[in-house]
Design a protein around this ligand. Structure first.
Ligand SMILES: C[S@@+](CC[C@H](N)C(=O)[O-])C[C@H]1O[C@@H](n2cnc3c(N)ncnc32)[C@H](O)[C@@H]1O
Length: 348
C-alpha cells in the first residue's frame, strides 16, 4: 500500500465532494442573480450583495465562503469578495461559447434521478429523457444554445458541401430530436428563405419549442411535431441531428428514416459530443462530464426505447461511421469540431 497515493486520492475525492456541492452553489448563484449582481461590481461585502438581490445576508455570506473556497469567486480581503471578469463571462453570458451555466443546471437536474438510475443498473430498465427533472430539459437548452449561436451558421453549415447556398435560396430542413428548438430557431433566424420542422419524442419539449418560436418571431417558417426520429413526416433537403443521435434507442433506424425523407442531393448533419474512439482517449475532464451525463441521461434514454443500441455520449467517430454505414449512408465525413462537439456530414 502506497500511503502517499492513498492520501492523494483522498484529497482528490474530498475536492470532488466540494465540486458536487459547487454544482448546487452555481445553480443558486445563477437562479438568484448573485453572479449577475457581482459581475463588474468589484470587491463587495455579503451585506452589499444580499441587498442588491434582496436576499438574506447570512445565506449569501455562507455561499460566498463556499464559492471562494472552490475558486469561483476571489476573496479580496477585508470581508469582501470579487467575481473576476474572466469568471463572470462563463457564469453570466449565455451568448458566449464559454458559458457553463446550462451544464450545471443539466447536471443537477440529472442527479435528481440518482436513485432511479441505480435501480435501473439492477433491473436493466431505461429512463426516457422526458421523465427526468425539468431542469434537465431547460439546462440542456441553455448548455447547447451558446454553441449553436456561435458555431452553427458561422462554421458548421459553411463546412457542409453546398448547403449554405441552398439554405440562403430556400430549402426545407428537419431538426430531429430538437428538444426546446434552440438549433431550429437559430437556423430560422439565420436563413429567412428556408422553412424548418422540429421533431421530438418528448411532448413538453415540443410545447416549449413552440413557445420559444412564438417569442422569437420566426413562427411563420418554423413548426414542431411530437414524433420519434423514426416517425418523421415530409421530405427535406437537410436533416439535422443535434446532440441526440447517440440518445436514440435505434440510431440506425433513425438514419434510415432520415434517408427515406431526404430529397435527391440532400444532406444529413450529425452533431455529436466530442469523443475519441477508445475509452483511453476520453479519460479527461470532458470525458468525465460526458460519461457522467451519459450514465444518467443518454444511455437510460436509449435503453427505454426499441433496439436499445445505447451508443453512449462518448461513442466516437468510428462507431458513428459504422451506424451511418448500417443505415446506407456511404458518404460520411467529419467537417468541423469544437472542444465539445464533432460535426459530421452524411449522405446516401
Ligand atoms: C440531449 S437532448 C438534445 C436536444 C436538442 N437537439 C438540443 O440540441 O438542445 C436529446 C433529445 O432527443 C429527444 N429524443 C429522445 N429519444 C428520441 C426519439 N426516439 N426520437 C426523437 N427524439 C428523441 C429527447 O426528447 C431530447 O429532446
Amino acid at each position: 500500500m502506497d500511503e502517499t497515493k492513498l492520501m492523494d486520492f483522498v484529497h482528490k475525492a474530498v475536492s470532488d465532494v466540494g465540486s458536487v456541492l459547487a454544482g448546487s452553489m452555481v445553480v443558486i448563484g445563477d437562479r438568484l442573480g448573485l453572479y449577475r449582481a457581482m459581475a463588474g461590481a468589484g470587491p463587495i461585502t455579503p451585506e452589499e450583495l444580499a441587498s442588491r438581490i434582496g436576499a438574506t445576508e447570512r445565506y449569501v455570506r455562507e455561499w460566498l465562503g463556499a464559492q471562494a473556497a472552490a475558486g469561483y469567486v476571489v476573496y479580496a480581503g477585508d470581508g469582501r469578495y470579487e467575481l473576476p471578469d474572466e469568471h463572470a463571462i462563463p457564469l453570466t453570458d449565455e451568448t458566449s461559447p464559454a458559458c457553463v451555466i446550462g451544464a450545471f443546471e443539466t447536471a443537477l437536474g440529472a442527479a435528481q434521478a440518482t436513485d432511479r438510475i441505480a435501480d435501473a443498473f439492477m433491473n436493466g430498465e431505461g429512463v426516457f429523457w422526458g421523465d427526468h427533472d425539468p431542469h434537465v430539459h431547460t439546462g440542456c437548452e441553455r448548455f447547447f444554445r451558446p454553441g449553436y449561436v456561435n458555431f452553427l451558421s458561422q462554421a458548421w453549415i459553411p463546412a457542409l458541401d453546398g448547403v449554405e447556398e441552398r439554405l440562403r435560396t430556400g430549402i426545407r430542413v428537419a431538426d430531429v430530436g430538437c428538444g426546446h428548438g434552440a438549433s431550429t430557431i437559430h437556423l430560422a433566424t439565420q436563413y429567412p428563405e428556408s422553412t424548418f420542422v422540429g421533431f421530438d419524442a418528448h411532448g413538453a419539449s415540443v410545447e416549449a419549442a413552440r413557445k420559444r418560436t412564438a417569442e422569437s418571431g420566426v413562427g411563420d417558417r418554423v413548426t414542431f411535431q411530437q414524433a420519434t426520429a423514426k416517425e418523421i413526416e415530409g421530405q427535406f433537403d437537410l436533416i439535422a441531428f443535434f446532440d441526440c443521435l447517440h440518445d436514440l434507442g435505434d440510431p440506425v433506424g433513425a438514419l434510415v428514416a432520415a434517408r427515406d425523407h431526404l430529397t435527391d442531393g440532400g444532406t444529413i448533419l450529425i452533431v455529436e459530443p466530442m469523443a475519441g474512439d477508445r475509452v483511453e482517449d476520453n479519460l479527461n475532464p470532458i470525458g468525465a462530464a460526458y460519461y457522467g451525463f451519459s450514465t444518467l441521461l443518454c444511455t437510460p434514454n436509449s435503453l427505454s426505447q426499441e433496439v436499445k443500441a445505447a451508443l453512449g455520449a462518448q461513442a466516437g467517430e468510428a462507431r458513428l461511421r459504422a451506424v451511418a454505414a448500417d443505415a446506407g449512408l456511404s458518404q460520411f465525413r467529419r467537417v468541423a469540431e469544437t472542444p465539445f462537439n464533432i460535426v459530421i456530414e452524411a449522405r446516401p
